[in-house]
Design a protein around this ligand. Structure first.
Ligand SMILES: [Zn+2]
Length: 400
């Protein structure tokens, strides 16, 4: 058992990555770093800079990036996990591993709502949330960090319930609006209790996503004041443009765009946020697994959509799925800087892309090829089985 645990959660002692051709920082204020070498010790970044300045002695693992791009591992801000790497929603096994091959190293649960027989009574939903937090904390599918245990609030919950949940390790609420609380006043009270005890909140936005869910419009969203306006581009049914504009202008909360949403509404949100000078509010998710399925490349596809059609600079679009999310979700990954988790995705332009390099290819709407992923300083995957093939892939060389 100890061996098995080490295989999924072990950390490398010292990792050196050299010959990075393009270093995407994840920081929207400085998205490209002038550096070619990263050193990580014990799963955390200790050095970012030029090779001549790096202490590379006694590295257990050396990766030659061969001029590829490196970015923080991508963060999917909106998933619905159930148990391990299984989802009953589309009867799939291995969906999280497939997403790792799309560059995703961290996932945030918006509620474990697809669990067959999910309890909706208060003691049951609390027990279930605590269980989900524990099981994903105890098992990382293919090394992916799944932050789960996100209860869906129901009528009748009191402040003590949120205090209990926080004391038991729950840090997230599932999408507000998926349960029986659909009015702004009750949602606001419960979201405030959650916040008081350090529990972050997300609210469903737009029309019903599947039979049984309902409409949440801008008035409920503004009243509830959750930390993240979940899938502001609908899931899939979006609010009218005027309501989306109003949400962007009337509050400072996170603007989450998902793959399982309305693409036109995502582009509208991007334009409004850009006009407000508030692109740091945009974060990306897939909402997988959902009615339209699991998209292993969903986060990369959102980046390519927002860059290729939305016209945002590709290096900024990568920040939507890394540093922006990390800051808003209070994660220790998502940025290339000393002290952060050594969670990386290596990419290059896909073979035969019309773009001259990675950023040009994404600006043209092409997906990048993923060549390798690293989580906590440990290589988790090599050439992606899902992206189009990267032109160049990094290599473990184990010698400088
Ligand atoms: Zn939703």
């Amino acid at each position: 058992m100890a061996h098995e645990a080490a295989a999924t959660s072990g950390t490398a002692d010292k990792l050196v990555i050299r010959n990075i051709g393009l270093l995407l920082s994840g920081d929207i204020h400085a998205p490209i770093l002038d550096a070619d070498t990263i050193v990580a010790i014990g799963g955390h970044i200790t050095f970012v800079g030029r090779r001549a300045d790096a202490d590379v002695e006694n590295a257990q693992c050396v990766i030659d990036a061969k001029g590829c791009a490196l970015a923080p591992g991508l963060i999917d801000s909106h998933v619905h996990p159930v148990a391990g790497d299984w989802t009953p929603r589309q009867n799939q096994l291995g969906w999280i591993d497939s997403c790792l091959h799309g560059g995703v190293t961290t996932m945030i649960s918006a509620g474990e709502v697809h669990m067959p027989g999910r309890p909706k009574d208060i003691v049951g939903l609390k027990a279930f949330a605590i269980t989900a937090q524990r099981i994903f904390n105890g098992f990382r599918p293919s090394g992916v960090k799944v932050h789960a245990g996100a209860p869906v609030i129901e009528q009748g919950m009191v402040e003590e319930d949120f205090k209990d949940l926080a004391a038991a390790g729950v840090r997230l609420l599932g999408e507000v609006g998926l349960g029986s609380v659909k009015d702004g006043r009750t949602a606001r009270e419960m979201v405030a209790w959650a916040r008081k005890y350090g529990i972050q909140s997300t609210i469903h936005t737009g029309g019903p996503s599947i039979p049984g869910s309902g409409l949440i419009d801008k008035d409920v969203i503004l009243a509830a004041d959750a930390d993240i306006i979940g899938h502001i581009n609908g899931g899939h049914t979006a609010l009218p443009d005027a309501q989306i504009t109003c949400l962007c202008e009337s509050c400072g909360r996170g603007l989450e765009l998902v793959h399982n949403g309305n693409e036109r509404a995502a582009l509208h949100t991007l334009r409004v946020a850009s006009g407000l000078g508030q692109l740091e509010r945009i974060i990306l998710g897939t909402d997988a697994p959902a009615g339209s399925g699991v998209q292993p490349l969903g986060i990369l596809r959102m980046i390519a959509l927002l860059a290729g059609v939305g016209g945002v600079a590709p290096e900024i679009a990568f920040c939507f799925a890394t540093g922006n999310t990390a800051r808003m979700r209070e994660l220790d990954c998502g940025l290339i800087e000393a002290g952060r988790s050594a969670d990386f995705v290596f990419m290059d332009k896909a073979q035969q892309s019309a773009g001259g390099n990675l950023l040009e290819s994404v600006a043209l709407g092409d997906l990048p090829g993923v060549g390798m992923t690293v989580i906590d300083g440990v290589v988790r995957s090599h050439r992606s089985r899902n992206t189009p093939p990267a032109t160049v892939v990094p290599e473990i060389v184990n010698s400088l």
